[in-house]
Design a binder for this molecule. Structure first.
Ligand code: HEM
Length: 433
């Protein structure tokens, strides 16, 4: 294979420019170098839909590293086998598939509605902390229903541990070094697991497994049998944080767009007027009827994918979009630039929820919408995330007009290190008359 066939390298790119402003360098790389480019020797960026999708789907050539966030705790049975991982995935999906989420809209809607209920009006409010709290209550309830109040405080501490671990660091410590952040993470993971274990044992001993996500995980599957207790306990810290961490990043961007696009917000409010006055009476049919709101959520996720950069490593020398990728190199998959490609999304920088209306799956090219990833490691919580975000958006817009604080510059900063997020977002809610 010819060594000349390497992806083009961005002049004046490299890690120094990258660490100053990742989004701009990513955009410049896609514009100046094309669909696959080189940030540094051995670090490639897949910038367009086709190569992004190829990397995510070809998981043998480009495997995903096991999540370093909450690695399995010391287990008596050794590291999880591939069969056990498949069993745990299948068990989680029983509780997370679209029809499982649809059956529980009446439990999700009252919790997302609390966000609008509790927003203090007519003052500038730093909105991410209450947003995260609402989504944590909603997500943790979805997982553990009547046991959620016991587990919620531990979930909040897991989130804190994740925040500490995601902070940019000057050094890339080898994974076996117990840095203070990793020790803090492990303590929180152990505390959460110690609180969850009696819940799992009580449910199994009583035979009342529950209809929530934990209950679904505890049911025996015809193919994989019952999931061992250790596998249940290992898998849940990551899922627990996932139910509210990325969704709250997304919700920050959504509320900002409601403030900046009042006509779109009015349209969401008009649609939301059809929701029942009692949120507990909300059904999946109501959710399905919120078509414009769903399109708006999707459009915000297109412009600001909260997981804007996904990492893979090439296991062997291979080809990607006609280029040679060396064995051992890192491939960064960039939904952010793929989503702003005019070949897939006309007027890509414009906020146009309508683009998703005619056909909810448009544009037709698979891989053109990658906010939830794709392939074997695509997001397990897509249906839950879309339900929570659509309901929260509709319930908020129905009640309030949102605005940004007056004055120069935006009332927030953009963070790109652990994901694409608004930091310190301040917004004001005024009751609709
Ligand atoms: C707006 C909200 C969300 C966004 C944008 C999002 C995005 C993503 C993306 C891009 C991936 C693929 C990562 C990769 O390929 O490296 C992913 C994976 C995952 N997501 Fe989500 N996610 C969201 C909400 C959720 C929720 C609510 C859950 C709750 C269960 C969840 C659970 C997971 C899990 C377990 C994976 C890992 C799948 C695997 O590695 O096999 N996500 N998510």
């Amino acid at each position: 294979m010819g060594r000349t066939n390497v992806p083009p390298r961005l002049p004046k790119g490299g890690f120094a420019a990258w660490s100053r402003d990742r989004l701009s360098v990513a955009r410049r790389g896609a514009e100046e170098c094309g669909d696959v480019w080189q940030l540094e020797p051995g670090v490639y960026v897949a910038a367009a839909a086709g190569p992004c999708e190829a990397v995510l789907r070809r998981s043998r050539d480009f495997p995903k590293a096991p999540s370093p966030l909450f690695p399995p705790l010391n287990r008596s049975s050794g590291a999880p086998t591939p069969e056990e991982r498949a069993g745990a995935h299948a068990a989680r999906m029983r509780g997370l598939r679209a029809h499982a989420v649809a059956a529980r809209i009446g439990e999700i809607a009252p919790r997302t509605a609390r966000f609008a209920d509790q927003w203090p009006t007519d003052q500038d409010v730093e909105i991410l902390p209450p947003l995260r709290h609402t989504l944590a209550e909603t997500g943790v309830h979805y997982l553990f229903s009547e046991d959620a109040p016991t587990l919620l405080p531990y979930a909040a501490r897991l989130f804190l541990a994740r925040e500490v671990l995601a902070r940019p660091s000057r050094w890339a410590w080898p994974s076996w070094i117990p840095t203070p952040a990793r020790r803090f993470r492990t303590r929180q993971q152990v505390a959460f697991t110690d609180a969850l274990r009696p819940v799992v044992r009580r449910r199994r001993a009583s035979g009342r497994l529950g209809d929530d996500m934990l209950g679904q995980m505890l049911r025996s599957s015809p193919r994989h049998g019952p999931l061992p207790e250790e596998a249940v306990l290992d898998t849940l810290p990551g899922i627990t944080v996932a139910t509210f961490e990325t969704p709250s990043r997304a919700a920050g961007w959504i509320l900002l767009h409601l403030a900046r696009h009042p006509r779109a917000a009015d349209r969401v409010a008009a649609e939301a007027a059809l929701l029942p006055a009692d949120p507990a009476a909300t059904t999946s049919a109501h959710l399905d009827s919120l078509r414009y709101t769903q399109a708006l959520v999707r459009e915000v996720l297109r412009l600001h994918p909260p997981s804007w950069l996904l990492t893979r490593r090439a296991t062997r020398e291979t080809q990607l979009a006609g280029y040679t990728i060396d064995a051992g190199s890192t491939v960064l998959v960039c939904p952010y630039t793929a989503h702003r490609d005019a070949r897939e999304h006309p007027e890509p920088d414009e906020f146009q929820p309508e683009r998703w209306l005619d056909d909810p799956d448009s544009p037709a090219t698979s891989g053109a919408f990658l906010a939830f990833g794709t392939g074997p490691h695509g997001c397990e919580g897509t249906a839950l995330a879309m339900a929570m975000l659509t309901l929260l958006t509709a319930q908020t817009a129905r009640r309030y007009r949102l605005s940004e604080p007056p004055g120069p510059g935006p009332g927030y900063q953009v963070a790109t290190f652990g994901g694409l997020a608004t930091v310190g977002l301040r917004l004001r809610a005024t009751l609709r008359s």
